[in-house]
Design a protein around this ligand. Structure first.
Ligand code: IMP
Length: 179
């Protein structure tokens, strides 16, 4: 791994592929154990979680349903945190155990409003499974049941996460270089 440039920014190597894979495998085992005998619906939040979800779900040993959702917000997309609509929820989640699969919880505002919207569909339960969590950036109280790795408040790209729509296809994670 070496420093990369995306548009105007430089990113330094941060988390190697093997480390991410090991952490994802651990969380998949945890979920498979916790939900033994049940059939959860995994709601994968696009676009950022697509790589994580592909690796996670192939390691889940449960019977599982997968549904890909997108969040629409009042001002452009998710980082404003004000989700106004969940797109792509193509089945009923009433009385079903739901696991939301997300790339990163930063301020937590996006997840907070997503959870509020999902609650109105009367699921049996909703848990959050996020690849990354930035505890120092969290601005609202959130109960996150599963996460692969805690990060400092640095901007990262790769493994599904983007900078201005680029970098999602990198198999490892890079952090924005501090100037
Ligand atoms: P939150 O509402 O502040 O928790 O932000 C959630 C969304 O912001 C995530 O789902 C990402 O799409 C985006 N985001 C937050 N931090 C990063 C980052 O370090 N890299 C790329 N996207 C990020």
């Amino acid at each position: 791994m070496h420093t990369i440039r995306i548009k105007d920014k430089e990113f330094a190597p941060f988390i190697p592929e093997a480390e991410i894979q090991a952490r994802v495998a651990r969380v998949a085992e945890q979920i498979s154990r916790d939900y033994a005998g049940r059939r959860p619906v995994f709601l994968v939040v696009l676009s950022g979680a697509f790589v994580f979800a592909a690796d996670l779900l192939r390691r889940i040993t449960l019977e599982a349903e997968v549904c890909f959702i997108r969040l629409a917000s009042y001002e452009g997309l998710a980082s404003t945190g004000q989700v106004c609509q969940v797109l792509g929820l193509d089945r009923s989640i009433e009385n079903r155990p739901v696991i939301v699969v997300e790339d990163i919880v930063d301020t937590g505002l996006t997840m907070q409003s997503l959870l509020a919207l999902l609650a109105s569909h009367s699921p049996e339960s909703v848990e959050v499974c996020t690849l990354f969590l930035k505890p120092e950036s969290l601005r609202v109280p959130l109960r996150i049941r599963y996460w692969c790795q805690e990060l400092p408040s640095r901007f990262v790209v790769g493994y599904g996460l983007d900078y201005d729509q680029l970098g999602r296809n990198l198999p490892e994670v890079y952090a924005l270089k501090e100037t």
